[in-house]
Every structure is written in structure tokens, then in C-alpha cells.
Design a protein around this ligand. Structure first.
Ligand code: SF4
Ligand code: SF4
Length: 118
């Protein structure tokens, strides 16, 4: 999913070792959508952790009995840098985040752009 990847890694901010910033990919494969400029709205959804996911425990919260990424009061994932809008745990982000691709229905709903029929 390289061409549609939500984020791509940039440089390393420093410690801790799992905390790496990423740049949001400037995807141009959806001409009906603006480029992914890092609105970060897809990082304001509940992200349930699945088997095989590993993130630092301080970033995890139980949500209706399920282990999920913890969120701030506005719904922002605690791993989302509030200034840069970048994922700080890109290399170890949960599978749900790995498979989310810009331009899919959920992203279009978030952006208020629905697929064109036909
Ligand atoms: S782990 Fe990273 S990509 Fe996933 S919701 Fe949180 S900030 Fe976004
Ligand atoms: S909602 Fe879509 S446009 Fe916004 S950051 Fe996520 S993938 Fe990019």
C-alpha cells in the first residue's frame, strides 16, 4: 500500500526510541480529493489494538472492555503530535492504522467527499 500509505516516516525526534515523527504522504492518486495535508481527523477515531499490535502501555486505554489507543478529550489519539499532526509511533502503529488508506470510504466521509457513482 505504499502509494496510498497514510503516513511516511521522516526524521527521528529523539527519545524514546519508539517515538518517531512522520510526514503525511502527499498522495495525488485521488484527484477528486485534496492532498492529504495532515488534517489528522482519521487519528481521532477509536483504534482498537489487535493481536500482534504492540504500543507502549501508557498509550493504551480500555474502551468498553477492549484495549485501544488512548485518546485526549477531543478524540485525538495520544500518539498524534498536536502540533505537527504526525504519528509519533509510526514504526509501531497499530494494524488498524497501517491498513487505513487515504481515499477509502471512511476518509471520504471524514472529508465530506463521497465516491462518485459509476
Ligand atoms: S497510532 Fe498514529 S496513525 Fe494510529 S491513530 Fe494514533 S496517531 Fe494516528
Ligand atoms: S482523514 Fe484522510 S485526508 Fe485527513 S489525514 Fe486522514 S487520510 Fe489524510
Amino acid at each position: 500500500m505504499a502509494s496510498l500509505d497514510l503516513h511516511r516516516q521522516a526524521s527521528n525526534l529523539g527519545s524514546p526510541s519508539w517515538a518517531k515523527p512522520v510526514l503525511l504522504a502527499r498522495i495525488t492518486t485521488h484527484p477528486d480529493l485534496p492532498e492529504c495535508a495532515g488534517c489528522g481527523r482519521c487519528c481521532h477515531l477509536v483504534v482498537e489494538l489487535r493481536d500482534g499490535d504492540w504500543v507502549p502501555e501508557p498509550l493504551v486505554a480500555e474502551h468498553y472492555g477492549a484495549r485501544c489507543m488512548d485518546q485526549h478529550g477531543d478524540g485525538a489519539c495520544v500518539a498524534l503530535d498536536p502540533v505537527t499532526r504526525l504519528c509519533t509511533i509510526y514504526d509501531i502503529r497499530p494494524l488498524t492504522c497501517r491498513v487505513f488508506t487515504r481515499g477509502e470510504l471512511l476518509c471520504r466521509r471524514i472529508l465530506g467527499r463521497h465516491p462518485t457513482p459509476g
